[in-house]
Write a protein that binds this ligand. Sequence first.
Ligand code: GTP
Ligand code: MG
Ligand code: ZN
Length: 314
Amino acid sequence: MNRRATKAAGSAQAGTGATLHGVVIAAHGRHYLVAPDGGGAALQCFPRGKKSEVAVGDRVEYQSTSADQGVIVAIGERRNLLYRSDQFKSKLFAANLDQLLIVLATEPHFSEDLLGRALVSAEANDLKPIILLNKIDLEAALPLARQRLERYRALGYAVLEVSEKKHPEEARSILTEHLHGHQTILLGQSGMGKSTLVNLLIPDAEAATREISTALNSGRHTTTFTRLYRLPEGGALIDSPGFQEFGLYHLTEGTLERAFPEFRPLLAHCRFYNCHHLHEPGCAVLEAVEDGRVAPERHALYAQLVHEISQIVR
Ligand SMILES: Nc1nc2c(ncn2[C@@H]2O[C@H](COP(=O)(O)OP(=O)(O)OP(=O)(O)O)[C@@H](O)[C@H]2O)c(=O)[nH]1
Ligand SMILES: [Mg+2]
Ligand SMILES: [Zn+2]
């Protein structure tokens, strides 16, 4: 594979071939699939140069190096780019999004920390977050899951409930209503039902997935690459691998405090204009935590995220 990449980059540098346009529809490491504008089969592409910063959803310029391969030579301007980061590196989710669908399930138990981080990420990128509780057919676990989501409903977030497996028709109509016409990424831990959702809404998704698994050398059941599917009603769904960590080291403190909707009306009322809302006297956010208007768990997430971004040397 490496040798092929070098060869592809080499011939592009030599300037052979016309520049073509397309959209990145799959990413797996440094391997990408690009769907050409105007239709036709997707090409397996490599980015030119060593650093790969291409994301699913990117509009790209590419040059074909053979019938089914090409090299990406430029990335079009992005409306937004969703990614996570730790102290050392960042990992791209996707570009040019409208919505973030956070897929949770009654079982396995979902992480509220990851849910909170996904919401912060959506707010920071000006994307509409939608929370989906799947597997409501698992009745024993349903009351607790609902109870854990109550706080987020109260904050004004949309919370949908479906059983993709037991009531697929109902799930399809609820989801279509919220997803058609939008570019939506599905985020969530492994086993929540992201790929099941894609298969419910996209005819032939299963076949397309198998095809790509073969092309990108991954044959496992769990999703190992990010993939964009066009919705028949317009818009697109982006399936991504389940994750365990959602670092947001790249955010700034200013973005962070505004990413908590319950903080926003309070921010102007702190005694100090540069209040960090951590220990300051006269802090309106801390007062709201004190008297129960802001959940201590939400403030704890905020404090943790502030701590994380302070670890980065800017
Ligand atoms: N009981 C029940 N099981 C479901 C439902 N939806 C999906 N599942 C099952 O949950 C398992 C995981 O589903 P996937 O769609 O592969 O999960 P995923 O989120 O794509 O997982 P990763 O690709 O690993 O991130 C599968 O065995 C599904 O059959 C549901 O509504 N009810
Ligand atoms: Mg999956
Ligand atoms: Zn404050």
